[in-house]
Design a binder for this molecule. Structure first.
Ligand SMILES: [Zn+2]
Length: 256
């Protein structure tokens, strides 16, 4: 499921292939992928224009072509720039004047394609919290201090911080040695700093590895998401439980 690092990679992919090219035609192959916009409006707003720049906030991608195209990748969203046959799960396709195409693919249709006047309006209207890569430790403390509840659910709440989902929330807490159910109000200043540091380090590290799981360091929990396996860090046992409806893995020994 695409989280911040995957969407950052899509954003770079979009920028590398689809900018400064005239959009000859927009094809909506499945209208169920559209947000609050009609097919006709999407196609007429973008036809004849060029994408000038691309921006990411949390798990959202925005591409400016006068108005802004907004993409959310849901569970199985992806981008493909290609010539020739359309990909099997293409839902919206941008045909460029140079003969190439950019497809928004989404097998399961949980993603969204729509337009927004500008990303800041979208972020405000949808009450998205700040992007973790633009946060300072001070701001992170301010975001957590009025909150109640378990740290894992807060890390995944898009109105607190935008971009972290189940997989990276588990990874951050594993590397910061914090139990996923720990109450935010009971974290020490040092522990909040450890979470912040782990969050930034992990996001940067995985983006640098192009979000390809197999290339992540062996010490990452992501390679050990199986109940009963040995913790790569302390030799404890990896446990599985359900926290707020999401399957959660953690070390029963070093995460406290
Ligand atoms: Zn451990």
């Amino acid at each position: 499921m695409p989280e911040l690092p995957e969407v950052e990679i899509y954003c770079r992919y979009f920028a590398a292939h689809a900018l400064q090219q005239k959009i000859e035609r927009v094809r909506v192959l499945d209208e169920r992928i559209l947000g609050d916009i009609r097919k006709q409006k999407l196609t007429s707003a973008l036809r004849g224009r060029e994408f000038a720049r691309v921006r990411r906030h949390g798990k959202h991608l925005f591409a400016q072509a006068d108005v802004w195209l907004h993409l959310h990748f849901g569970m199985t969203g992806d981008l493909a720039y290609y010539r020739g046959d359309d990909p099997r799960f293409a839902r919206v396709i941008f045909d460029f004047e140079n003969g190439a195409h950019l497809a928004f693919e989404d097998m399961r249709l949980f993603g969204v394609v729509d337009l927004t006047p500008d990303p800041d309006t979208y972020i405000a209207e949808h009450r998205l919290g700040p992007d973790p890569l633009e946060l300072t430790l001070r701001r992170f403390r301010e975001l957590l201090s009025p909150r109640r509840g378990a740290i894992k659910s807060l890390l995944m709440s898009q109105d607190v911080i935008a971009g972290i989902g189940n997989l990276y929330a588990d990874e951050i807490l594993f590397q910061a040695s914090i139990h996923p159910r720990r109450a935010v109000g009971r974290l020490t200043a040092e522990e909040v700093k450890n979470i912040f540091t782990a969050m930034r380090r992990i996001l940067r590290e995985v983006i640098a590895r192009k979000a390809v799981y197999a290339s992540y360091p062996p010490r990452y929990l992501i390679h050990h998401r199986e109940e009963g396996t040995r913790c790569p860090r302390c030799g404890g046992t990896i446990k599985r439980s359900v926290v707020f409806g999401r399957t959660t893995y953690f070390c029963g020994k070093h995460q406290v």
